[in-house]
Design a protein around this ligand. Structure first.
Ligand SMILES: N=c1c2ncn([C@@H]3O[C@H](COP(=O)(O)OP(=O)(O)OP(=O)(O)O)[C@@H](O)[C@H]3O)c2ncn1[C@@H]1O[C@H](COP(=O)(O)O)[C@@H](O)[C@H]1O
Length: 104
C-alpha cells in the first residue's frame, strides 16, 4: 500500500476518534465548510512557497494540501480511487484539445 492509500485509510479511521486526541476528528467535527476552508488555505500557502521558489516550503505545503484534500474527500464519501479514475479517464487527452472541444 502506498503512503497516500495508507493515509486515506488512517483518515477514515480517525474521523470517529476523540476530537481531543485526533486532529482529523476535530476538523471533521467542525464541518465540511471548515475542512474546505483549510484546503483553500493550504493551497494558497503552496502558491506562496512556489512564487518564492521555496522548494522545501513547497514540499511541506503540498503535503498539508494533500492531507487536507484527503480529509475533504473522506467527508464527502469520496476516495482517492474516484480521483484516480477521473485522471485515468483523462489520460492521453491533451488539456488543449479538451478545452477546444468544449461547447460552453
Ligand atoms: N498528515 C497529517 C497532517 N498534516 C498536517 N496535519 C495537521 O494539520 C494542522 C494544520 O495546522 P493549522 O495551524 O493550519 O490548523 P489549525 O491548528 O486547525 O488552525 P485553524 O485553522 O483552526 O486556525 C496541524 O495541526 C498539523 O499537525 C496533520 N495531521 C495529521 N496527519 C496524519 O493524520 C494521522 C491522524 O492524525 P490525528 O487525527 O491527529 O490522529 C496522523 O497520524 C498523520 O498521519
Amino acid at each position: 500500500m502506498d503512503t497516500l492509500d495508507a493515509l486515506e485509510q488512517t483518515i477514515r479511521q480517525r474521523r470517529a476518534a476523540d476530537p481531543e486526541t485526533s486532529y482529523v476528528a476535530k476538523l471533521t467535527a467542525r464541518g465540511r465548510a471548515k475542512i474546505a476552508q483549510k484546503v483553500g488555505e493550504e493551497a494558497v500557502e503552496t502558491v506562496i512557497a512556489a512564487i518564492a521558489d521555496d522548494r522545501a516550503g513547497m514540499v511541506s505545503e503540498a503535503a498539508d494540501l494533500m492531507f487536507h484534500l484527503l480529509v475533504l474527500l473522506a467527508d464527502a464519501g469520496l476516495s482517492l480511487d474516484d480521483v484516480r479514475a477521473e485522471l485515468a479517464r483523462r489520460e492521453g487527452l491533451s488539456g488543449l484539445e479538451e478545452k477546444a472541444g468544449r461547447t460552453a
